[in-house]
Design a protein around this ligand. Structure first.
Ligand code: G3P
Ligand code: MG
Length: 228
């Protein structure tokens, strides 16, 4: 049975630092967070890096598609983009439980799951959970990680979630908090579930009261003192 820390810093450190950066992980650790989530995507040369969008312009000083630029090219214009290896080293140093979300560029679903799964099988201590909106990616990673914890990741719970759960061997469900209602909590009874992205205490309070195991938040500074 997987045990979830209740407060998970979203995209490394939430709003405490730029998203998906080592600075975010350090900020989360400083604040006393025990758990973080981040997004992982492949560069053109197949290196897993922390990145949410398929294009670079929102979060870096670069432009263009992540999948079309090598790590060296991306780093040349923004040194703050970490590799998965660098991020995991910081997580291990601070003993941070980690949700590795596979975020494949379109068309690279299988390859992303495979590359990350192979890397994690070799280097990860297994303290956390793997998830993806792409079932193809998650299943590709699963082939290399038979014993690790996997989560189903959805916006809203689909009708066929039980079949996906069986295919992936998932032990938990991650959902958009805005899509959770009574029918969903009933459907999930007996299985741990967590919600993103929850940035205020009242919403977190209500979710925990309805059985939510954990929330992903951009404001761990607000939620940790109340719920940790
Ligand atoms: O994995 C939970 C959450 O991070 C999913 O949404 O778009 O922030 O990756 P997103
Ligand atoms: Mg994410």
């Amino acid at each position: 049975m997987i045990v979830y820390p209740r407060i998970i810093a979203h995209r490394c450190g939430g709003a405490l630092a730029p998203e998906n950066t080592l600075a975010g992980l350090e900020a989360a650790a400083r604040l006393g967070c025990r758990a973080v989530e981040f997004d992982v995507m492949l560069t053109a040369d197949g290196v897993p890096i922390l990145m949410h969008d398929e294009t670079l312009e929102r979060t870096t000083r670069c432009r263009g598609c992540v999948a079309e630029q090598t790590l060296t090219q991306i780093r040349a214009c923004d040194a703050g983009v970490p590799t998965l290896a660098e991020a995991m080293a910081v997580c291990e140093h601070h003993k941070l439980w980690t949700n590795i979300e596979l975020k494949p560029s379109s068309g690279l679903e299988e390859e992303t799951g495979t590359v990350v799964g192979v890397w994690l099988a070799q280097y990860w201590n297994g303290q956390g959970v793997i998830s993806s909106f792409s079932e193809k990616s998650a299943l590709a990673a699963r082939r290399h990680l038979p014993d690790e914890h996997f989560a189903l990741l959805y916006e809203a719970l689909p009708a066929d979630w039980q079949a996906s759960r069986a295919r992936l061997g998932a032990v938990v469900v991650h959902l958009d908090a805005a899509q959770v209602d009574h029918a969903v909590t009933e459907a999930l009874a007996g299985l741990p579930w967590a919600c993103y992205t929850v940035n205020d205490r009242t919403a977190a309070d209500q979710l925990f009261a309805s059985g939510c195991a954990a929330v992903f938040t951009d404001r761990p500074d607000l939620l940790l003192p109340a719920f940790a």
